[in-house]
Design a protein around this ligand. Sequence first.
Ligand SMILES: [Zn+2]
Length: 464
Amino acid sequence: MRRSFFSALFLTFFAASVQAQIQSEHAQKTLEIYKTIVEVDTSKTKGNTIKVAQYLAAELIAAGFAEEDVRIVPKDGFGTLIATYRGDGSAGAKPILLLGHMDVVEALAEDWVRPPFELTQDDVNFYARGTIDNKFGVAQLTGTMIRLKKEGFVPDRDLMLVFSGDEESGMTTTRMMAYEMPEIAEAEYALNSDAGGGSLTADGVAVSYRVQAAEKTYATWEITMRNPGGHSSRPRDDNAIYELAAAVKLLEAHRFPVRWSEMTLSYFQQVGEKIGGELGDAMVRFAYDPEDAEAAEILRSQPSYVGTTRTTCVVTMLQAGHAENALPQSATATVNCRIFPGVSVAEIEAELKSVVGNEDAEFVLLGDPTESPISEARADVLAAVGKAVHARHPGLDLITYMESGGTDGMHFRKAGIPTWGISGVFMNPDEMYAHGLNERVPIKAFYDGLDHWSVIIRDLTTPE
Ligand SMILES: [Zn+2]
């Protein structure tokens, strides 16, 4: 009796110490991966994402991934990494994708206080380009795959790491993976390391954890008025600048109709209850009755919230005339829109044309906008994310939200794969320097996030 008690105690202690060792190995390995990939300049013109993909592939294979399950498929000089963590299939369910991107925005060393492609630190932060966007996510996900292999974990379905190589520029690798690879297309859903995450106050107190569940469509038009022009000493009644100015004033006065979804209403209910006051009250009223025009108008007047209530379009640039003593031959306004999911780019173009109401106005749509649906909340995914978040911050609110647009997630959503952005980072939004100078991440956020993905993956893929 006594002996078995002590041997059980010993085994528990032994298991705990093995667990502690795996954890510290996991921390070391993840930091090593983070440092290695941060120190490769993977901005658009360098062509280095293939190198990063090769490095990560070798790490995964060394940890026990079968060689045929780790693939690098290049496209237009950018690398991708697609690695399958085999499950036993007992769930009879389609794979789960784990998303990240290996490229970064350009960084000019002469503009930075610290070298952008060297992982440096002070007492509080890690610094370098990509420390948050998105090498944090890529390192944490890759480290987690290696850790789960070491622990002998077998999920009940396949998991696929899917890393793109040009998220910050053309997203050609993203499009290829989302639209042209049948093994990816059949996934049940995707979890994106490049969006979402926890917000902290300046004092480090957790405010909420945000799950990115949708992205608005980004679309830009140029509206041009033309005129034969002439000498400015002989003005005529029709004038390209006056006509464009009239169009601009009409656009300024236009109110796009209020839109909502289950997701945006629950967002307003949660945020409203949290912040209180007149604004919070308007949010809660809107959540219960989105046809409450007064509440909708209060939200419309708030730059932080207007985008969650409707499509927005705003004139961002003007170009007109060619000489101070000539009548203008053309005048062009650039109009940037963030379109509510479910509304098509064509519908907005028609709406803009009817607002301007001038048949002579030329509309040119720039680029190739991506329309993507909202990924409505899924109870099992939210529960798993909640488990990881609450292990660090008990009781913290999980809030699903719509981004103004710009991650790989929109292409996977468009391809029919619901996608949620659930980064493991917790930081103060004012300290976010993603894309900016002196990008950084709190060292504490790096270490506190080490269990985030393994808790979520184990929860979602361990049989009941
Ligand atoms: Zn990113």
